[in-house]
Design a protein around this ligand. Structure first.
Ligand code: FES
Ligand SMILES: [Fe+2]
Length: 322
């Protein structure tokens, strides 16, 4: 079966695998991303670690019955203990730990209330950093409001929405907001939109600044009525499905009640928009060469930007397979 996409399913970058507040010390979770079984655990010092799921000994899945002990994760089958770097640190019934007792461990980063994994198709170390958003966790901002969807589409379909000004009118019934500026800065892509917003107190200047930090982490900064930060993260599950999530925080330093009201309205609107977008994403085909007209958004910027997250050989192989 040909793929709906003329490029590989898993780009290189940082991807959300959990929200910090949902993953406490001693927690162990089976995960499935990038078409593989993984296990996430938080050691007793509070550090998160991600390993391949299956114990190197006799293949038990460490996410089902594995227990955190100190800095390690103990297998439920024969009690071998693995540390966060994937080294076997204890076999309670053996004199000697076999030298090849190693499991694959993945680079993780905890930032902005999110635990991320670094994925690289060739196992190379992280080539960029993620920014710290000072608003997350700040008492002047509301706690993150989190929503998730499992979507049969790829991350690019969702991120590309930012520049698809026309679909806002026809899919969501809202006014079109042309993206006024786009800027590529290595792994970062910025899109700025400016507009006039009608309020009961007259017209105010509004803004939507969308920034992509690689393929897995996108922030949207809304200004004008109530300042809002939205964090959009999409993690590939397999070749077909993506685990996508939006999380919001609103600035409550002014009229707190009004700000939370606006926050709730944004969440409602977001849920409505997702229900409108998802059937389109799940059934569309991604054209490498779409037929665009002069009123369309700046798709070209996105599409030349994302190539850097794949190796040229992998891109060519995917194109040949199409
Ligand atoms: S399978 Fe894990 S200790 Fe045997
Ligand atoms: Fe949309």
């Amino acid at each position: 079966m040909g793929s709906r996409y003329p490029f590989p399913a898993y780009p290189n970058g940082w991807f959300r695998i959990a929200y910090s507040r949902e993953f406490e010390v001693g927690d162990v979770a089976p995960l499935f991303y990038f078409g593989r079984d993984l296990v996430l655990f938080r050691d007793e010092a509070g550090a998160p670690h991600l390993l391949d799921a299956h114990c190197r000994h006799l293949g038990a899945h460490l996410g089902y019955g594995g227990r955190v002990e100190g800095s390690g994760l103990r297998c439920p089958f024969h009690n071998w203990c693995w540390d966060g770097d994937g080294r076997c640190i204890d076999i309670p019934y053996a004199q000697r730990i076999p030298s090849r007792a190693r499991m694959r461990s993945w680079p993780v980063l905890e930032r902005n209330g999110i635990i991320f994994v670094w994925y690289h198709a060739r196992g190379e170390p992280p080539s960029f950093e993620l920014p710290e958003l000072t608003q997350i966790g700040d008492p002047d901002w509301s706690p993150l409001e989190i929503r998730r969807w499992r979507v049969r589409a790829r991350w690019i379909d969702m991120n590309e929405n930012a520049v698809d000004q026309v679909h806002f009118r026809y899919v969501h019934g809202t006014k079109t907001t042309p993206v006024t500026e786009t800027e590529v800065d290595g792994h970062i892509l910025r899109c700025r939109s400016r507009m006039k917003l009608a309020t009961p107190r007259g017209t105010v200047d509004g803004g939507i600044d969308t920034t992509d930090f690689g393929p897995g982490f996108q922030t949207v900064h809304l200004t004008g009525i109530v300042e809002t930060i939205m964090v959009n993260t999409s993690t590939p599950i397999d070749e077909e499905f993506t685990d996508t999530s939006f999380a919001y925080t609103v600035n409550t330093s002014g009229d707190k009640k009004a700000a939370l009201g606006v926050g709730n309205a944004i969440i409602k609107d977001l849920e409505k928009q997702m229900s409108e977008d998802i059937p389109i994403w799940e059934n569309k085909k991604y054209y490498a060469q779409p037929l665009l007209c002069d009123g369309d958004g700046a798709f070209g910027v996105y599409r030349s930007w994302w190539r850097q997250f794949f190796s040229e050989e992998d891109l060519e192989a995917a194109q040949r397979a199409e």
